[in-house]
Ligand binder design. Structure first.
Ligand SMILES: [Zn+2]
Length: 96
């Protein structure tokens, strides 16, 4: 880890957003970098932070978060973010 503290939720959401956007449900959604980062930021705003300062802590939190039950509600927030950004995209001039 390069930073002194890391939000494990951030790491997890980045991965999950990438997976979701590649999935069959979101084929028609814009996949530009702007939309992707907006989706990640929006999802993170509605999810609890899980900061850690050590690699060991990171592993522990990751294991706790990475359960079927937790992934279900985290993915729910991500899916709403994908729809919201899809409806009101902030990218420039892509539809002209
Ligand atoms: Zn876009």
């Amino acid at each position: 880890m390069s930073k002194r503290y890391n939000n494990v939720m951030e790491e997890l959401v980045e991965t999950l957003v990438t997976v979701q956007m590649l999935g069959p449900d979101f084929q028609v959604f814009c996949k530009c970098e702007k939309c992707r980062t907006d989706i990640i930021a929006l999802s993170l705003n509605s999810l609890p932070n899980h900061y850690v300062t050590t690699e060991e802590g990171r592993q522990n939190v990751f294991e706790r978060l990475n359960t079927k039950e937790n992934l279900k509600w985290i993915n729910k927030r991500i899916v709403s973010a994908i729809y919201l950004v899809g409806k009101y995209p902030n990218h420039e001039d892509q539809e002209k």
